[in-house]
Ligand binder design. Structure first.
Ligand SMILES: [Zn+2]
Length: 480
C-alpha cells in the first residue's frame, strides 16, 4: 500500500512518489501576522501538520517550510485597498514592525497549544527581500514584467498555462472588466511583483530596489522562499482552497516563468471552515481565535479533534455544540487509556483489536488522509475493549495503549501527556482552564490567573499551586 493524495493540479488522487528518494519537500503558506489567526486559518495549519506527521510516520524525511508574512500587504488580493500591517499598527498604536513581532509570537503560542510541530524552516518575508528582488529581476530579464506608475507587474498574457491550477478562464474576462478595473494593468489577472511607496510618503516598511523604493507583492515571497529552501521543483505545496484562484495560481506563474521548470508536483488544498453554517466575517463577530476557544473553557485539543472529524477536502461547520461534542469524544479516549494503564492481562482479543486498529488507521490515511475513518476506527476499538471489560476478560493494556499512542504520533492529540499528567479525571473544559491559568501565571499575568481561578470555582473546582504544579479538586460547593 502506498500513500495516495488528491492533487488539485490534476484533479485526481495520485500515488505519492517523492522527487528525491525518501526526502519530501513540503511548503505550507503561513500566517499574515497583523492580527490573531482565526479558527479557519487554524484548520489549514492543523491539516498541514497532519500531512507532515503522516509523511514522517510513513518513513519519509520531511523538510517542512512555512513562511511568516510579515510584510505589509494590501487588504484586497487585487493589489488595492489598505495595507494590513500598517492598518494593524494604527489600530493598536504600535509600529508595523512591532505588530508583526507580537502577532508572530501569538501565532507561535497558538501553534504550541494546538500541538503543531514547528516547521523545520520558518522564513520571514522581511528577511528575504533580496531573494524576492532577484526573482523579479529574473522575470524582468525574460520579459514577463511591465511597469506602471505604482509598481512592477507580472504580465499573465505571456504565461500560456496561467490559471491551470484553478481551471480559470481568463480569456473570458471582457474589456468591461478592464474598464471597471481602471488603472494601468493590462489584464485583470496581472498582479504586482513590486509596489512603489507612494510619492511624498514614507511607509513604515519599505526597501530600495532596482525599480525604486517600495515593497514586494504578496505572492512573490512564497515563490522566492520556497524555491530558496526546497529547490526550483519540489514535492508538495499546501494551503486553503481560497488560495487556488489567485495566490497559488500566481505563485505557479511567476516561479515557472522564471525557471522554465515545473514548480510543485502535488498541490493539496483544505476546504473552508464554516461557523454556524455560514461564512466567518468580522462583521458577524464569528471570526473566533484560539483565545476565544480557551476563554470559553474548551481545550485546544478539542478543536484539533473537531478538525480531524471532517475530511480535509470537505467543508466543516464549527459550532460550540460540535466543539463540546469533540471535547467529550476526546475525553472518552483518555478515559479508556486510563483504564488500559490499569489492565495487564494477555489476550488474543487484545492483539486482534490492536492489529485491526493499526491497519484501519494506515489504510484510511493512505487514502488521501481520511481522518473521519480513523476516528471511527478508534471508537470501534474502544467499544470492543469495553466489551472485554464487561465480560471480565483479560485486556492487554500495555499493547493496546501503545497502539493508541502510536496513532497519536500522527493525530497529535497529546494523548500520552493528557493521560499521565492529570490524576483527577477532569472534563476537557476544566483542563483547558487550568492550563490557561498556568500559562497566565508563568507569564506573571496574575490578574488573568485570578480571573481564571474564579472561573474554575464557578465550575465547581478549586486549584492549589504546589511544587509539582497545580492540584485541582472538586470544591464542595458551587460559588459565584
Ligand atoms: Zn503562500
Amino acid at each position: 500500500m502506498s500513500l495516495v493524495l488528491y492533487n488539485t493540479l490534476t484533479r485526481q488522487k495520485e500515488t505519492f512518489v517523492p522527487l528525491h528518494k525518501n526526502d519530501v519537500g513540503l511548503y505550507t503558506c503561513g500566517p499574515t501576522v497583523y492580527d490573531f489567526v482565526h479558527i479557519g486559518n487554524l484548520r489549514a495549519f492543523v491539516f498541514d501538520d497532519l500531512l507532515r506527521r503522516y509523511l514522517a510516520y510513513r518513513g519519509y524525511h520531511v523538510t517542512h517550510v512555512m513562511n511568516i508574512t510579515d510584510v505589509g500587504h494590501l487588504v484586497s488580493e487585487a493589489d488595492t485597498g489598505e495595507d494590513k500591517m500598517e492598518k494593524g499598527a494604527r489600530r493598536e498604536g504600535k509600529s508595523a514592525w512591532e505588530i508583526a513581532e507580537s502577532y508572530t509570537n501569538a501565532f507561535l503560542e497558538d501553534s504550541k497549544a494546538l500541538n503543531l510541530l514547528a516547521p523545520d524552516i520558518m522564513p520571514r518575508a522581511t528577511a528575504h527581500i533580496p531573494d524576492q528582488i532577484a526573482l523579479i529581476q529574473r522575470l524582468e530579464e525574460k520579459g514577463y514584467t511591465y511597469r506602471t506608475s505604482d509598481g512592477v507587474y507580472f504580465d499573465t498574457s505571456r504565461f500560456p498555462h496561467y490559471g491551470r491550477l484553478g481551471h480559470l478562464n481568463i480569456e473570458g474576462q471582457s474589456s468591461d472588466v478592464r474598464k471597471r478595473m481602471g488603472g494601468e494593468k493590462r489584464q485583470p489577472a496581472d498582479f504586482a511583483l513590486w509596489k512603489f511607496s507612494p510619492t511624498g510618503a514614507t511607509r513604515q516598511m519599505e526597501w530600495g530596489s532596482p525599480w525604486g523604493k517600495g515593497f514586494p507583492g504578496w505572492h512573490i515571497e512564497c515563490s522566492a522562499m520556497s524555491m530558496r529552501y526546497l529547490g526550483e521543483t519540489f514535492d508538495i505545496h499546501c494551503g486553503g482552497v481560497d488560495h487556488i484562484p489567485v495566490h497559488h495560481t500566481n505563485e505557479i506563474a511567476q516561479s515557472e516563468a522564471a525557471t522554465g521548470k515545473p514548480f510543485v508536483r502535488t498541490w493539496c488544498h483544505n476546504e473552508f471552515l464554516l461557523v454556524d453554517g455560514g461564512k466567518m466575517a468580522k462583521s458577524l463577530g464569528n471570526t473566533y481565535t484560539l483565545r476565544d476557544i480557551i476563554a470559553r473553557g474548551f481545550s485546544p485539543m478539542a478543536l484539533r479533534y473537531l478538525f480531524l472529524g471532517a475530511h480535509y477536502r470537505s467543508k466543516l461547520n464549527f459550532t460550540w455544540q460540535a466543539l463540546g461534542d469533540a471535547g467529550r469524544a476526546l475525553d472518552s479516549i483518555v478515559d479508556l487509556l486510563r483504564l488500559l494503564l490499569d489492565r495487564s492481562g494477555e489476550s488474543s482479543e487484545s492483539v486482534g483489536i490492536s492489529r485491526s486498529l493499526t491497519e484501519r488507521f494506515t489504510e484510511a490515511l493512505d487514502d488521501d488522509l481520511n481522518t473521519p475513518e480513523v476516528l471511527a476506527a478508534i471508537h470501534t476499538a474502544i467499544a470492543e475493549i469495553y466489551r472485554l471489560e464487561e465480560r471480565h476478560q483479560p485486556i492487554d493494556g500495555r499493547l493496546l495503549s501503545a497502539a493508541f499512542f502510536d496513532l497519536d504520533k500522527v493525530l497529535g492529540l497529546n494523548l500520552a501527556a493528557t493521560t499521565s499528567t492529570s490524576p483527577v479525571l477532569l472534563p476537557e473544559a476544566i483542563r483547558a482552564l487550568v492550563e490557561a491559568r498556568e500559562r497566565a501565571r508563568t507569564a506573571q499575568d496574575f490578574a488573568t490567573a485570578d480571573q481564571l481561578r474564579r472561573e474554575l470555582l464557578r465550575h465547581g473546582f478549586t486549584v492549589d499551586d504546589t511544587a509539582e504544579g497545580p492540584k485541582v479538586k472538586r470544591s464542595s460547593h458551587q460559588s459565584d
